[in-house]
Design a binder for this molecule. Sequence first.
Ligand code: PLP
Length: 259
Amino acid sequence: MRVALTIAGSDSSGGAGIQADLKTFQALGVFGMSAVTAVTVQNTRKVYDIQEMRPRIIHDQITCLFDDIPIHAVKIGMVASIPLIEAIAGALGTIDRLPPVILDPVMVSKSGYALLQPDAQAALVRHLFPLARVVTPNLPEAETLLGRKIADLEDMKAAAREISALGAKMVVVKGGHLKQGSATDVLFDGEVFRMLESRRIDTENTHGTGCTFSSAIAAHMARGETFFDAVGHAKDYITGAIENALSLGRGCGPTHHFF
Ligand code: PLP
Protein backbone atom coordinates (compact mmCIF):
# COMPACT_ATOMS: atom_id res chain seq x y z
CA MET A 1 0.00 0.00 0.00
CA ARG A 2 1.30 3.45 -0.88
CA VAL A 3 0.96 6.00 1.90
CA ALA A 4 0.66 9.81 1.85
CA LEU A 5 0.69 12.24 4.78
CA THR A 6 -1.03 15.61 4.75
CA ILE A 7 0.13 18.34 7.13
CA ALA A 8 -2.71 20.86 6.96
CA GLY A 9 -5.68 22.54 8.60
CA SER A 10 -9.11 21.09 9.27
CA ASP A 11 -12.06 22.51 7.32
CA SER A 12 -15.23 21.79 9.28
CA SER A 13 -17.28 22.00 6.06
CA GLY A 14 -15.28 19.12 4.57
CA GLY A 15 -14.50 20.68 1.19
CA ALA A 16 -10.94 21.91 1.72
CA GLY A 17 -8.01 21.29 4.06
CA ILE A 18 -7.31 17.94 5.70
CA GLN A 19 -10.75 16.61 4.75
CA ALA A 20 -10.24 17.30 1.02
CA ASP A 21 -6.73 15.84 1.18
CA LEU A 22 -7.83 12.57 2.77
CA LYS A 23 -10.74 12.18 0.32
CA THR A 24 -8.35 12.78 -2.58
CA PHE A 25 -5.85 10.22 -1.28
CA GLN A 26 -8.67 7.70 -0.90
CA ALA A 27 -10.08 8.40 -4.37
CA LEU A 28 -6.63 7.89 -5.90
CA GLY A 29 -5.92 4.62 -4.10
CA VAL A 30 -3.39 5.87 -1.56
CA PHE A 31 -3.63 5.37 2.21
CA GLY A 32 -3.98 8.82 3.79
CA MET A 33 -2.67 10.05 7.15
CA SER A 34 -2.88 13.53 8.66
CA ALA A 35 -1.01 15.88 10.99
CA VAL A 36 -3.46 18.65 11.88
CA THR A 37 -1.98 22.17 12.10
CA ALA A 38 -5.13 24.13 12.97
CA VAL A 39 -8.88 23.75 13.24
CA THR A 40 -10.99 26.24 11.31
CA VAL A 41 -14.59 27.17 12.02
CA GLN A 42 -15.90 27.23 8.48
CA ASN A 43 -18.89 26.61 6.21
CA THR A 44 -19.33 27.07 2.46
CA ARG A 45 -19.77 30.81 2.99
CA LYS A 46 -16.70 31.74 4.98
CA VAL A 47 -14.05 31.04 7.58
CA TYR A 48 -15.16 32.37 10.98
CA ASP A 49 -12.26 31.50 13.28
CA ILE A 50 -9.08 29.47 13.64
CA GLN A 51 -7.61 27.54 16.57
CA GLU A 52 -3.97 26.62 16.01
CA MET A 53 -2.57 23.42 17.48
CA ARG A 54 0.41 23.66 19.82
CA PRO A 55 3.66 23.45 17.79
CA ARG A 56 4.90 20.46 19.80
CA ILE A 57 1.75 18.50 18.89
CA ILE A 58 2.34 19.12 15.18
CA HIS A 59 5.99 18.19 15.45
CA ASP A 60 5.17 14.97 17.31
CA GLN A 61 2.34 13.92 14.97
CA ILE A 62 4.85 14.02 12.11
CA THR A 63 7.77 12.31 13.84
CA CYS A 64 5.67 9.54 15.39
CA LEU A 65 4.25 8.64 11.97
CA PHE A 66 7.66 8.59 10.30
CA ASP A 67 8.95 6.43 13.20
CA ASP A 68 6.37 3.79 12.46
CA ILE A 69 5.11 3.76 8.87
CA PRO A 70 6.79 4.07 5.46
CA ILE A 71 5.51 7.32 3.90
CA HIS A 72 5.78 7.82 0.15
CA ALA A 73 4.73 11.48 -0.18
CA VAL A 74 3.93 14.45 2.05
CA LYS A 75 1.56 17.29 1.25
CA ILE A 76 1.75 20.54 3.22
CA GLY A 77 -1.23 22.91 3.18
CA MET A 78 -2.30 25.53 5.73
CA VAL A 79 0.58 26.20 8.14
CA ALA A 80 -0.87 29.31 9.83
CA SER A 81 2.03 30.89 11.73
CA ILE A 82 5.77 31.06 12.35
CA PRO A 83 5.85 28.66 15.36
CA LEU A 84 3.93 26.03 13.37
CA ILE A 85 6.20 26.44 10.34
CA GLU A 86 9.24 25.99 12.58
CA ALA A 87 7.71 22.88 14.17
CA ILE A 88 7.01 21.30 10.75
CA ALA A 89 10.48 22.16 9.43
CA GLY A 90 12.04 20.82 12.65
CA ALA A 91 10.20 17.52 12.34
CA LEU A 92 10.76 16.99 8.60
CA GLY A 93 14.40 18.06 8.96
CA THR A 94 15.08 14.99 11.14
CA ILE A 95 13.79 12.48 8.57
CA ASP A 96 16.32 10.42 6.63
CA ARG A 97 15.43 10.06 2.94
CA LEU A 98 12.46 12.41 3.04
CA PRO A 99 9.86 11.39 0.41
CA PRO A 100 8.65 14.04 -2.07
CA VAL A 101 7.09 17.00 -0.27
CA ILE A 102 4.39 18.92 -2.16
CA LEU A 103 3.88 22.36 -0.63
CA ASP A 104 0.73 24.34 -1.35
CA PRO A 105 1.61 27.85 -0.09
CA VAL A 106 -1.89 28.52 1.24
CA MET A 107 -2.29 32.18 2.23
CA VAL A 108 -5.86 33.48 2.00
CA SER A 109 -9.18 31.60 1.64
CA LYS A 110 -11.42 32.40 -1.33
CA SER A 111 -13.69 34.11 1.19
CA GLY A 112 -10.79 36.40 2.18
CA TYR A 113 -9.68 35.01 5.56
CA ALA A 114 -5.92 34.90 6.25
CA LEU A 115 -4.95 31.23 6.63
CA LEU A 116 -1.27 32.24 6.89
CA GLN A 117 -0.38 35.17 9.12
CA PRO A 118 1.19 37.86 6.92
CA ASP A 119 4.36 37.92 9.06
CA ALA A 120 4.84 34.19 8.41
CA GLN A 121 5.38 34.43 4.62
CA ALA A 122 9.15 34.84 4.92
CA ALA A 123 9.35 31.88 7.33
CA LEU A 124 7.37 29.73 4.89
CA VAL A 125 9.93 30.44 2.18
CA ARG A 126 12.96 30.17 4.44
CA HIS A 127 12.04 26.99 6.34
CA LEU A 128 9.70 25.00 4.11
CA PHE A 129 10.67 25.78 0.49
CA PRO A 130 14.08 24.06 0.86
CA LEU A 131 12.32 20.90 2.12
CA ALA A 132 9.77 20.89 -0.71
CA ARG A 133 10.20 19.01 -3.98
CA VAL A 134 7.18 20.79 -5.53
CA VAL A 135 5.39 24.08 -4.72
CA THR A 136 1.97 24.90 -6.19
CA PRO A 137 1.21 28.65 -5.91
CA ASN A 138 -1.87 30.13 -7.53
CA LEU A 139 -1.43 33.55 -9.16
CA PRO A 140 -2.18 35.68 -6.08
CA GLU A 141 0.22 33.54 -4.02
CA ALA A 142 2.95 33.78 -6.70
CA GLU A 143 2.41 37.55 -6.81
CA THR A 144 2.77 37.79 -3.04
CA LEU A 145 5.88 35.62 -3.04
CA LEU A 146 7.55 37.75 -5.72
CA GLY A 147 6.07 41.15 -4.89
CA ARG A 148 4.81 41.94 -8.40
CA LYS A 149 1.84 41.44 -10.71
CA ILE A 150 1.60 38.48 -13.08
CA ALA A 151 -0.44 39.25 -16.19
CA ASP A 152 0.21 36.51 -18.77
CA LEU A 153 1.92 33.21 -19.57
CA GLU A 154 5.35 34.81 -20.02
CA ASP A 155 5.09 36.35 -16.54
CA MET A 156 4.02 32.96 -15.18
CA LYS A 157 7.11 31.28 -16.67
CA ALA A 158 9.40 33.93 -15.17
CA ALA A 159 7.62 33.49 -11.82
CA ALA A 160 8.05 29.70 -11.93
CA ARG A 161 11.79 30.10 -12.53
CA GLU A 162 12.18 32.58 -9.67
CA ILE A 163 10.09 30.54 -7.23
CA SER A 164 12.19 27.49 -8.09
CA ALA A 165 15.26 29.54 -7.18
CA LEU A 166 13.72 30.21 -3.73
CA GLY A 167 14.42 26.58 -2.81
CA ALA A 168 11.69 24.28 -4.09
CA LYS A 169 12.97 22.49 -7.12
CA MET A 170 9.76 22.09 -9.07
CA VAL A 171 6.95 24.58 -9.43
CA VAL A 172 3.38 24.62 -10.68
CA VAL A 173 2.06 28.16 -11.17
CA LYS A 174 -1.70 27.70 -11.42
CA GLY A 175 -3.45 29.86 -13.98
CA GLY A 176 -7.03 29.55 -12.74
CA HIS A 177 -7.05 33.20 -11.63
CA LEU A 178 -5.90 34.59 -15.04
CA LYS A 179 -8.67 36.80 -16.32
CA GLN A 180 -8.71 35.73 -19.96
CA GLY A 181 -8.56 32.43 -21.83
CA SER A 182 -8.24 28.88 -20.58
CA ALA A 183 -7.01 27.82 -17.15
CA THR A 184 -3.40 27.10 -18.15
CA ASP A 185 -0.91 25.97 -15.52
CA VAL A 186 2.83 26.48 -15.98
CA LEU A 187 5.02 23.56 -14.84
CA PHE A 188 8.77 23.92 -14.32
CA ASP A 189 11.00 21.07 -13.15
CA GLY A 190 14.08 23.24 -12.67
CA GLU A 191 15.10 22.86 -16.32
CA VAL A 192 12.12 22.33 -18.58
CA PHE A 193 8.78 24.14 -18.86
CA ARG A 194 5.47 22.56 -19.78
CA MET A 195 2.05 24.14 -20.14
CA LEU A 196 -1.03 22.26 -19.02
CA GLU A 197 -4.11 23.68 -20.60
CA SER A 198 -7.70 22.94 -19.65
CA ARG A 199 -10.95 24.61 -20.51
CA ARG A 200 -12.47 26.90 -17.92
CA ILE A 201 -15.42 25.33 -16.10
CA ASP A 202 -18.20 27.71 -15.24
CA THR A 203 -19.15 26.99 -11.59
CA GLU A 204 -19.28 28.77 -8.24
CA ASN A 205 -18.51 25.50 -6.48
CA THR A 206 -14.72 25.64 -6.32
CA HIS A 207 -14.14 25.45 -2.58
CA GLY A 208 -11.05 23.35 -1.90
CA THR A 209 -9.69 23.17 -5.45
CA GLY A 210 -6.13 24.10 -4.44
CA CYS A 211 -6.06 21.56 -1.60
CA THR A 212 -7.44 18.83 -3.83
CA PHE A 213 -4.99 19.53 -6.67
CA SER A 214 -1.87 19.49 -4.46
CA SER A 215 -2.96 16.34 -2.63
CA ALA A 216 -3.65 14.66 -5.99
CA ILE A 217 -0.06 15.49 -7.03
CA ALA A 218 1.12 14.00 -3.72
CA ALA A 219 -0.98 10.84 -4.27
CA HIS A 220 0.43 10.31 -7.76
CA MET A 221 3.99 10.97 -6.58
CA ALA A 222 3.39 8.52 -3.71
CA ARG A 223 2.62 6.00 -6.44
CA GLY A 224 6.06 6.63 -7.92
CA GLU A 225 5.15 8.90 -10.82
CA THR A 226 7.48 11.59 -12.14
CA PHE A 227 6.66 15.27 -11.55
CA PHE A 228 5.21 15.87 -15.03
CA ASP A 229 3.14 12.67 -15.01
CA ALA A 230 1.85 13.29 -11.47
CA VAL A 231 0.83 16.89 -12.22
CA GLY A 232 -0.86 15.84 -15.49
CA HIS A 233 -2.89 13.14 -13.73
CA ALA A 234 -3.69 15.51 -10.86
CA LYS A 235 -4.95 18.07 -13.38
CA ASP A 236 -7.26 15.44 -14.92
CA TYR A 237 -8.54 14.61 -11.44
CA ILE A 238 -9.17 18.21 -10.34
CA THR A 239 -10.88 18.97 -13.66
CA GLY A 240 -13.28 16.05 -13.08
CA ALA A 241 -13.76 17.05 -9.45
CA ILE A 242 -14.73 20.61 -10.51
CA GLU A 243 -16.97 19.40 -13.36
CA ASN A 244 -18.84 17.29 -10.81
CA ALA A 245 -18.71 19.91 -8.01
CA LEU A 246 -21.49 19.76 -5.45
CA SER A 247 -23.91 22.55 -4.84
CA LEU A 248 -23.98 22.07 -1.07
CA GLY A 249 -24.64 24.98 1.27
CA ARG A 250 -25.39 28.59 0.46
CA GLY A 251 -21.85 29.64 -0.49
CA CYS A 252 -19.10 28.08 -2.64
CA GLY A 253 -19.81 24.36 -2.70
CA PRO A 254 -17.04 21.74 -2.64
CA THR A 255 -15.55 19.80 -5.52
CA HIS A 256 -16.68 16.17 -5.71
CA HIS A 257 -13.86 13.77 -4.85
CA PHE A 258 -15.59 10.57 -5.98
CA PHE A 259 -17.10 10.93 -9.44
N1 PLP B 1 -9.67 25.92 4.90
C1 PLP B 1 -8.54 25.25 4.97
C2 PLP B 1 -8.23 24.49 6.21
C3 PLP B 1 -7.66 25.26 3.88
O1 PLP B 1 -6.51 24.59 3.94
C4 PLP B 1 -7.99 26.00 2.71
C5 PLP B 1 -7.14 26.06 1.54
O2 PLP B 1 -6.05 25.61 1.48
C6 PLP B 1 -9.17 26.70 2.69
C7 PLP B 1 -9.98 26.64 3.81
C8 PLP B 1 -9.57 27.56 1.55
O3 PLP B 1 -10.29 26.93 0.61
P1 PLP B 1 -10.86 27.77 -0.60
O4 PLP B 1 -10.00 28.99 -0.73
O5 PLP B 1 -10.72 26.84 -1.76
O6 PLP B 1 -12.26 28.10 -0.28
